[in-house]
Write a protein that binds this ligand. Structure first.
Ligand code: SAJ
Length: 419
């Protein structure tokens, strides 16, 4: 079978590579010309362990090619749609990328094609997109073509392992569509495969990320309460988690990345009513950078430095540890919040371009260091030594990276007692 993958981003490219290396002829359709050129010369535009070698193998075998020409994806057996589904400013879903991709597929597919959406989408979207295809080309869903939702569940940094070993949910608009999708994914998936209908699979995917977001919000609320009571929340969580049925998540400066900050809103977007909990959790997590700002302001008061004179160094811009991905990073929201109010904001992230070259350079003459990402590299820093470079010694830990607060510093951390 011949496969066209629409959208060669964080999910589309690794998936295209997997299918090509499993023996399918795969053509990747991508509107960004520079990405197409790069890929066809064997170079990846995304950073992910093992991707260079696997991409090289797929391109060299002749089974994977990228294109931005619609004519190259005509009459394929399978179309896999892997485009982004972000939020608009008003937090409602922006499905324009998806609708454009579906139109492109509708214009190029043939009778008998299987159309699969991998993107995370609001409940009932697969059925709506099947109707859109019918409107564009006159084919009938379930009779003339097959359609399914096959949500990805991989974690950046572990994509190639998780694509193979994670279990997979396949939601068809009918049973045959789910069965065909199962045959396809079996070519490389070693985890379990569960078949269901498309609206269920859409909801399952959104429930998974909402579960994580709500749990993190609960941990964050516990951390805020711990400040009221002068308790170290990390000690308290460790103790609570000794209960066999309790597993509290980790509080921190916020929840970033491409999925968790938006998926709870996608879950709510098609509903007639919103019951409150999911949205409240989002608000708690979205406000965490502001709480770190409160910690900063209170620390500056302690040392009698007016904010407008303070030089603040933010350590870590990525949304999570050991990653270079800054999408929706709480570090960026935090910087946005403080930049007008302090004298200068500097940044250092060993994985992100455009930040200071070295930690020492970023800290020299600065008043405050704020840890915003739990990079492993930040875990065992010698703060007493680094403090000698600074003008004032204030350390704010937004990610529970510092185990023992350095004695010569004014130290504040999320969930570490009073502020
Ligand atoms: N975070 C906390 N406390 C925690 C756990 C995470 O503050 O206890 C923060 C992280 O620092 C980060 C954010 O949450 O800023 C999200 O990180 P993450 O590691 O929870 O998840 P992602 O966004 O990298 O990937 C998630 C995963 N979903 C789940 O674990 C349910 C992944 O399996 C999905 O495939 C991915 O979303 C996706 O694409 O939907």
């Amino acid at each position: 079978a011949e496969i066209a993958v629409i959208g060669l981003g964080y999910i589309g490219l690794p998936t295209a590579i997997m299918f090509a290396n499993a023996g399918f002829n795969v053509i990747g359709y991508e509107i960004r010309d520079e990405v197409v050129k790069k890929l066809n010369s064997g170079n990846s535009h995304i950073v992910e362990p093992d991707i260079d070698e696997l991409l090289h193998r797929a391109i060299k075998s002749g089974r994977l090619r990228a294109t931005s020409d619609k004519n190259d994806i005509r009459e394929k057996d399978v179309y896999l749609i892997c485009v982004q589904t972000p939020l608009k400013d008003d937090k409602t879903p922006d499905l324009s990328y998806l609708e454009n991709a579906v139109r492109t597929v509708a214009e190029t597919m043939k009778r008998g094609s299987l159309v699969i959406i991998e993107s995370t989408i609001p409940p009932m979207t697969t059925i709506r997109m099947a109707k859109l295809i019918e409107e564009v080309n006159g084919l009938k869903a379930g009779e003339d073509f097959y359609m399914a939702h096959a949500p990805e569940r991989v974690m950046p940094g572990r994509i190639f392992k998780e694509l193979v070993y994670n279990s997979r949910i396949l939601g068809g608009i009918d049973e045959e569509s789910a069965e065909l999708a199962e045959i396809l994914y079996r070519s490389f998936v070693k985890g379990q495969i569960f078949k269901t209908n498309s609206t269920t699979s859409e909801m399952v995917k959104l429930m998974e990320n909402t579960f994580r977001d709500v749990n993190i919000a609960l941990a964050n609320e516990f951390a805020l309460l711990a400040h009221q009571y002068g308790v170290d929340i990390f000690k308290a969580i460790e103790l609570a988690n000794t209960h066999p049925r309790v597993k509290i998540h980790t509080p921190g400066i916020g929840v970033g990345g491409h999925c968790l900050p938006k998926d709870p809103y996608l879950l709510l977007s098609s509903a007639k009513e919103d019951f409150g909990l999911v949205k409240k959790a989002r608000e708690i997590n979205e406000d965490m950078p502001l709480f770190v700002k409160d910690l900063l302001v209170s620390a500056l008061k302690t040392i009698n430095l007016p904010p407008e004179d303070a030089i603040v160094t933010v350590l870590g811009l990525a949304y999570k540890g050991d990653s270079d991905d800054t999408r929706n990073s709480p570090a960026l929201f935090f910087i946005e919040e403080i930049k007008e109010e302090v004298k200068d904001v500097r940044t250092y992230d060993p994985y992100v371009k455009g930040t200071h070259e070295t930690l020492e350079e970023a800290l020299r003459g600065s008043d405050v260091a704020v840890i915003a990402t739990d990079h492993s590299l930040f875990k065992n820093l010698n703060w007493e030594e680094l403090g000698k470079l600074m003008r004032n010694r204030v350390l704010i830990d937004g990610r529970h990276v510092v185990q023992t607060p350095p004695k010569s510093f004014v130290f504040k951390g999320i969930g570490r007692g009073e502020y």
